[in-house]
Design a protein around this ligand. Structure first.
Ligand SMILES: [Zn+2]
Length: 281
């Protein structure tokens, strides 16, 4: 699933392409992507619109049009955008949506499992997707005291709290594991037991890992591709994620363990992220 760095990478790619493009025709190749509006209404809403820009909000893509309309997209598991600059759009079975532009270029949306979501909003409409989004660790300088106050209210493990988009938005499973490893915090530690020092350290490491991932164009552990269809280069730098049974890259004496937390795999080093020192605090 694309996480914040992947979405940021996609948005940066799209920023160089979509502004100024006018939709000549919208081809809906699978009705499910337009399900919220219905195919005909979806096409009517977007045909003739001119893109002015695109930005990331959490893991959502927020496209803006000169009319003041917004298009809000979540890629979910397997959604991706592909920029198409010349020739006819291919007939690939995973292509669900094609924005054909007046300059004869196109923006292709491909999605193997079709969990991605598309919502069009008029200028005066509220955008519910953004209303419950938490703070963005990449674009905002988040005070440790604020993060600590969020943690103090919850008895769930700190790893599970990191996945809650209403607190911090954009962190998924991979970066939650990596940030906790870098901050040497046990993923099982109840969030309410975290100290101010740990909260500050964790925020710093979250920011660092996400920025590093953005610089490396995101992670590609499943089938993520950025808009130019280049594979993300970050997976080589992952220290614990997907490394169960391998030696810990920091202490080298302990093997990385995998446990289940809230139906997701957590990878950690039981020694470096020792239970005892942090749980006793
Ligand atoms: Zn270790």
């Amino acid at each position: 699933m694309p996480e914040l760095p992947e979405v940021e990478t996609i948005v940066r790619g799209l920023k160089t392409f979509v502004p100024g493009k006018t939709v000549r025709r919208l081809e809906v190749r699978h009705a499910k992507v337009a399900a919220r509006h219905g195919t005909q209404a979806f096409q009517n809403l977007l045909t003739g619109q001119t893109f002015t820009g695109v930005e990331r909000r959490g893991k959502f893509l927020h496209f803006r049009f000169s009319s003041g309309f917004s298009l809000v997209v979540h890629l979910r598991m397997t959604g991706k955008f592909i920029v198409h600059t010349h020739g006819p759009v291919p007939d690939h079975p995973h292509i669900r949506l094609v924005f054909l532009f007046t300059d004869r270029t196109a923006l292709i949306y491909s999605d193997l499992r079709i969990f991605g979501s598309f919502g069009v909003y008029r200028p005066e409409e509220r955008i519910p997707e953004f209303e419950c989004l938490g703070r963005d660790p990449v674009t905002e300088k988040i005070p440790a005291e604020w993060f600590l106050s969020q943690c103090r209210q919850r008895s769930i493990p700190v790893k599970v709290l990191l996945l809650d988009q209403k607190v911090l938005c954009g962190i998924g499973n991979i970066y939650a594991c990596e940030a906790l490893f870098r901050a040497r915090i046990d993923p099982r530690l109840p969030a309410r037991k975290i100290t101010l020092k740990q909260a500050a350290l964790l925020l710093r490491e979250i920011r660092a890992i996400l920025k590093l991932a953005i610089r490396h164009n995101g992670t590609s552990v499943s089938d993520f591709r950025n808009v130019d269809d280049k594979t993300g280069g970050f997976q080589k730098l992952l220290k614990v994620y997907g490394r169960e049974g391998q030696a810990c890259p920091r202490c080298r004496r302990t093997t990385i363990r995998r446990i289940k937390q809230a139906q997701r795999s957590t990878y950690f080093c039981p020694k470096c992220q020792g239970t005892r020192p942090s749980l006793d605090r």
